[in-house]
Design a protein around this ligand. Structure first.
Ligand SMILES: [Zn+2]
Length: 427
């Protein structure tokens, strides 16, 4: 076994994997569309399974279609499992690195460890979680299934009537949705979970830093609001006789941001999705459905604005507010934060502590399992866009910090197995 203090991942191989993976679901416009459980997502899953097998991992696809590759320890000192990963699905017209970096880097760590015959005290799982990006209803489906956080019946819901449900798509790929509970794992099985991800913000780049050590992940509350109207011919129905659902809904589009600003200048609120039924230029909208989202580190702030929205809706006939999900912010695990900082220092990369304003699979895990998260910069902070870009060095450095964190936890032996998760602030 080599001196693990000098162990380096293969940055060229990592980058070439990212480029290869980025061609799956690539569009002519340069973006990547690999929405969860689409044909492209399934192709990416097959690609990963082949890479995992080639790396000597034992592979499994669970009932939520999470891909899990295990690097078995020669002589495990514990039954607990170390886990690292992220997601391979993208938003429509997304980028090549959001999620993909965390999965491919975890795989690269496993390959490096195996090639150098490093003996870890635990079995190491590389996990690619299914549907992080909310292709069907709410996001982080795979990681929440694993932690038992799915809401009753949610895999049978969709955010609009044209999209198949998660359950229908599972069936399409020959899986039984009734079995989804078998994806659930006991949190005690895990020693810890680590996720490497692009920052999706501008702070690291602006401050010329290479590594962000995530301290907390923002809370997200998301609602579908349905506003009724009466569909009618847009040419023959006089203005006085219309019940136009869009016009009825419109004041909320400016009121919600106003409620958010008034509550807390650090809070954010967005209406990012609006759909009209029947949705034709010559028909007065018969129904307006929109998704309102609130994000904050402070649960009380999100609850207060939620109540304003619900009170507004309650005063109007036929309005419905349906909760997609309410996830409070989670603190990441203090000892793991320290391990990641030590790893960044020993690699010589400038780093900072920072909260994450985006949701991640690590959020589901952090509720129950000691969890750490590493950010690397992305150009101009752009993500969820074809323009999403990182440098090859960013990928190498993030992966190197991931490996170093793992090795330092490993070197601490049993002590590292005793890190306890942060006290969950939600549920
Ligand atoms: Zn992501």
């Amino acid at each position: 076994m080599k001196n693990t203090n000098k162990l380096n991942i293969n940055g060229k191989r990592l980058w070439s994997d990212l480029m290869e993976l980025g061609r799956i679901g690539q569009q002519t416009t340069g973006g990547v569309t690999r929405t969860a459980l689409s044909a492209a997502d399934q192709q990416a899953r097959q690609w990963l399974l082949e890479k995992m097998k080639a790396a000597g991992l034992i592979v499994n696809v669970d009932a939520a279609m999470n891909v899990i590759g295990t690097l078995e320890a020669d002589e495990p000192q514990t039954e607990k499992i170390a886990a690292m990963g992220s997601h391979l699905d993208t938003v429509p017209s997304g980028g090549m690195f959001d999620g993909a970096l965390g999965v491919v880097a975890a795989l690269e760590c496993a390959r490096t460890l195996r090639e150098n015959r490093v003996n870890l005290p635990w079995n190491l799982e590389i996990i690619s979680f299914c549907d992080e990006e909310a292709a069907h209803h709410a996001g982080t489906v795979g990681s929440r299934a694993m932690m038992g956080l799915l809401q009753e019946g949610e895999i049978h819901h969709t955010k609009n009537k044209r999209t198949p449900t998660f359950a229908q798509n599972l069936e399409h790929w020959g899986r039984d949705p009734a079995q989804i509970d078998t994806a659930r794992r006991r949190p005690e099985e895990f020693a810890f979970f680590l996720e490497l991800h692009i920052e999706q913000g501008r702070r690291l780049e602006a401050e010329n830093l290479r590594i962000g050590v995530v301290t907390a992940i923002v809370g997200i509350y998301r609602y579908i609001v349905s506003v009724p109207g009466e569909p009618a011919h847009a040419g023959t129905t006089p203005m006085s006789l219309r019940k136009d659902a869009l016009v009825e809904a419109a004041p909320v589009f400016t009121l919600l941001p106003q409620w958010v600003r008034e509550r807390n200048p650090e809070m954010v609120g967005t209406i990012g999705q609006v759909s009209l039924e029947p949705g034709a230029s010559n028909v007065v909208p018969g129904e307006c459905r929109f998704v309102g989202e609130l994000r904050s580190q402070i649960a009380e702030d999100m609850q207060a604005v939620r109540e304003q929205l619900k009170a507004y809706a309650a005063q109007r006939e036929g309005w419905r507010v349906e909760t997609i999900y309410e996830k409070n912010s989670v603190q990441l695990t203090a000892p793991l934060i320290d391990y990641i900082i030590d790893a960044a220092k020993s690699e010589g990369f400038p780093w900072t502590r920072m909260p994450s304003g985006a949701g991640h699979d690590a959020q589901s895990m952090a509720a129950f399992v000691p969890t750490g998260m590493i950010f690397v910069p992305c150009r101009n902070g752009v993500s969820h866009s074809p323009a999403e870009l990182i440098e090859e060095d960013n990928a190498t450095e993030g992966c190197q910090v991931l490996l170093r964190t793992l090795l330092q936890l490993s070197a601490r032996g049993r002590e590292s197995l005793c890190v306890s998760p942060a006290v969950p602030r939600h549920q």
